[in-house]
Design a protein around this ligand. Structure first.
Ligand code: MG
Ligand code: MG
Length: 250
């Protein structure tokens, strides 16, 4: 069931989104060679808690961290660990959720660690741009398939592939709500968009093949071919006009 949010709920989601966005800015400033993913996670946890919010991911389905932190060929759902140290030339995906007075924000970025390859920078950039391609179609009256096809067409035209096993989603009182928002699809198909829908749009883009696998830890998703993957996500509000970004610092 797709839940349309009222103005009170949207106000809470903006607050949750702001905390989420600020946590990601903090994470960005921590990213450097030599830091462990656990240290980044610990600081994200402290920040979200200090804001009077709760890390949405902590304990979700048993997830042990406050953020998902995934390196290089890890696509999503990396578990923060004191043993995972960022190295010069890595790219790191940090995915954060904050729940404020019952409502969630969900956002992810991919950061370069020190100096990275031109190909890695291009992958990060195309992934971010594919999100903004989707935004052109994220308005009332359009359909979920318009979003997915915009992401997929842009990514493929740049020589990369989209992950199909994991998708964007509605977001609100639940971290994952209807509808599913795949990063592929057919324009004009799928659920119709209405004002007051809140969605987490999150292109996951692989440099090589689209296939992924889950590691034995039960969480970490990796590319099948061991090539790089990037992730970019914001929670947004659908309106009659341009979408409103919820996971931003105002
Ligand atoms: Mg996320
Ligand atoms: Mg999400």
């Amino acid at each position: 069931m797709i839940i349309i949010k009222n103005s009170e709920q949207i106000a809470l989601m903006k607050k949750a989104g702001q905390i989420t966005a600020e946590a990601l800015l903090l994470a960005r400033d921590l990213v450097r060679p030599g830091i462990s993913t656990k240290e980044i996670d610990t600081k994200i946890h402290a920040f979200i808690t200090k804001c009077g919010a709760v890390p949405s991911f902590l304990g979700y389905g048993g997830f042990p961290g406050s953020a998902c932190i995934s390196i290089n060929d890890e696509v999503i759902h990396g578990i923060p660990s004191a043993k995972r140290i960022l190295n010069e030339g890595d790219i790191v995906k940090i995915d954060v959720g904050a729940r404020y007075r019952g409502y969630n924000g969900d956002s992810a970025r991919t950061f370069p660690v020190g100096k990275v390859s031109d190909e890695a920078l291009r992958l990060i950039s195309v992934t971010e741009q594919s999100f903004y391609e989707a935004m052109k179609f994220a308005k009332a009256g359009n359909r979920v398939g318009d979003i997915g096809s915009a992401v997929e067409n842009f990514v493929i035209s740049n020589g990369f592939s989209v992950v199909k096993e994991y998708v964007g989603h509605g977001v609100g009182a639940e971290l994952h709500e209807d509808p599913s928002v795949p990063n592929y699809g057919k324009a004009g198909k799928g659920a119709r968009l209405y004002p007051g829908m809140t969605l987490a749009i999150e292109p996951m883009v692989n440099a090589g093949v689209e296939g992924v696998k889950v590691l034995k830890d039960g969480w970490t998703v990796k590319t099948l071919d061991g090539k790089l993957s990037a992730h970019y996500e914001n929670s947004i509000l659908i309106t009659e006009g341009d979408p409103i970004m919820l996971t931003v610092v105002s």
